[in-house]
Write a protein that binds this ligand. Structure first.
Ligand code: AMP
Ligand code: ZN
Length: 473
């Protein structure tokens, strides 16, 4: 069965068929690095991670790029207001470069703590100014863009498909609406590719003047092109990115290359907190640090944010986080139970295999749910059923090994289960301690015997300056 993903552009689920067989080129809109990502941002990024993991589960290679916006994203998402980086720099009395460096590091650390598979590349906007200017120059040459007083705007009337992604019509995007009228624009809906501002702290010299900086939208067009080429299989973001950000990306990239920019546009719905909006004034803008401070592991937040289908509203409450903790710990126990059942068969080969059909059904249900536009809620239902069946003793013998294999496969997508039990680790540690003691007593033979015994079980020991460490081989 093929994987179908909802395409915002066509308003329907579509088969994911990469342009290059076997390789998916995917671009994810990443963070604006003026603060630590909040759990809403993390939901959007996690959607991209789960999507990537699911594509890999189905055997595809994924070339994934997630950008880092470190300049040009203005407070109102369009062409007005202060640069978010610059505003934060003023608050923290740092320069915007320091703000960007600090939060980029934090962002990458958060992704790591949340067990994201690393993208192929995390390009920074400030490292791609020449690539942006190259596109802008071509857009001006081709007549899609025009220059006024050191600013360069994209003329939306020159690109008839403008509005197709978001369902906006250029005629409706009139003065006084979301987009402020700037006198120098030919049409109210035109958007900036390049802006000049002497007071802007991060600025570059170009043929348009000495104090310029890029518009937020051109950054993604240029970075996607540089790292993945003119055409993408999948482009993702949060639902607020549909307009104006992605609408503008399409206009720029397609006017530039003359080719379709992305085959599938996929957007994650906003996370809600206590059933409503997340906002500073309500004091409910949480980040990973807030979750950890309350004693929850990062993987519990990961599970909380991925347990619903990405296009359905998802609510966060502390009670839901607590429920997620119980669910994840249940999966840990399932992994341990299956581990014990598998061990039991190894020592007693007469144990009959039972429940193979149940495992096969769970696998098929999980896969068909994920193939149906990443229906995670339904996929987790299949896992819950399997857990109950194992709990009732309906899966034994060889079938337990199949179930354990399936659970590992499922967790290659979820990324939350601990497969080693604390008990197992402590037995390994006590045997390592026994070996250390034997060696201290110069009983080398006993020390070697313990080491070889562990190795036979797939545990290799290494003597390091900090003591003995073990790893699975
Ligand atoms: P930003 O750092 O503001 O550029 O946002 C980074 C990403 O987070 C964008 O793709 C947004 O669409 C997404 N985002 C922002 N708020 C939320 C939210 N409450 N729930 C889900 N995604 C969000
Ligand atoms: Zn973007």
């Amino acid at each position: 069965m093929t994987f179908r993903l909802y395409n915002t552009f066509t308003n329907q689920k579509e088969d994911v068929r990469p342009m290059t067989p076997g390789i998916v080129r995917m671009y994810n809109c990443g963070p604006t690095v003026y603060g630590r990502p909040h759990i809403g941002n993390l939901r959007s990024f996690l959607f991209a991670d789960v999507l990537r993991r699911w594509l890999e589960y189905t055997g595809l290679e994924v070339q994934q790029v997630m950008n880092i916006t470190d300049v040009g994203h203005l407070v109102d998402d369009a062409d007005e207001g202060e640069d978010k980086l610059q505003a934060q720099a003023a608050k923290e009395q740092l320069d915007p470069w320091a703000i960007a460096a600090k939060h980029t590091k934090q962002f990458l650390e958060d992704l790591d703590a949340l067990n994201f598979r690393p993208a192929m590349n995390y390009p920074r906007a400030t490292d791609h100014i020449p690539e942006m200017l190259e596109m802008i120059e071509v857009l001006v040459e081709k007549g899609y863009a025009y220059q006024v007083n050191g600013d360069v705007y994209f003329d939306v009337t020159k690109f008839p498909a403008y509005g197709q992604l978001s369902g906006n019509r250029v005629e409706d995007l009139v003065a006084g609406s979301r987009i402020e009228v700037r006198d120098e624009k030919r049409n109210p809906a035109d958007f900036a590719l390049w802006k000049s501002d002497e007071k802007h702290l991060m600025k570059w010299d170009s043929s348009y003047g000495p104090h310029g900086f890029p518009g937020w939208h051109i950054e993604c067009s240029a970075m996607a092109r540089k790292h993945l080429g003119d055409q993408l299989d999948i482009h993702t973001g949060g639902e607020d990115n549909v307009f104006p950000h992605h609408e503008c990306e399409i206009a720029q990239s397609e006017a530039f290359s003359g080719k379709r920019f992305a085959n599938i546009w996929a957007h994650a719905k906003f996370l809600q907190i206590d059933g409503g909006k997340m906002s500073k004034s309500l004091g409910n803008v949480y980040d990973l640090g807030d979750i950890q401070e309350r004693g929850y592991e990062a993987r519990i937040l990961r599970y909380t944010l991925l347990r619903g289908q990405y296009r359905q509203p998802l609510n966060f409450t502390w009670d839901i986080l607590e429920e997620s903790k119980a669910a994840v710990e249940n999966y840990d126990r399932l992994a341990q139970d299956l581990g014990r059942l598998v061990k039991a068969v190894e020592s007693d080969t007469t144990i009959k295999s039972r429940g193979s059909d149940l495992v096969a059904t769970a696998k098929a249900d999980f896969e068909s749910a994920m193939n149906d536009d990443l229906n995670m809620a339904r996929a987790l239902g299949a896992l819950g059923t399997l857990r109950n069946e194992v709990g009732r003793g309906e899966v034994t013998g060889e079938a337990a090994a199949e179930a354990l294999g399936l659970l590992r496969g499922i967790d290659s997508v979820l990324g939350v289960i601990h497969f080693e039990s604390g008990d197992l680790e402590s037995t390994i540690q006590s045997r390592i301690d026994a070996r250390t003691e034997a060696r201290a007593n110069k009983d080398w033979a006993e020390g070697d015997r313990i080491r070889d015994e562990l190795l036979a079980e797939g545990i290799a020991l290494e003597d390091s300056p900090d003591g003995v460490i073990w790893r699975r081989v």
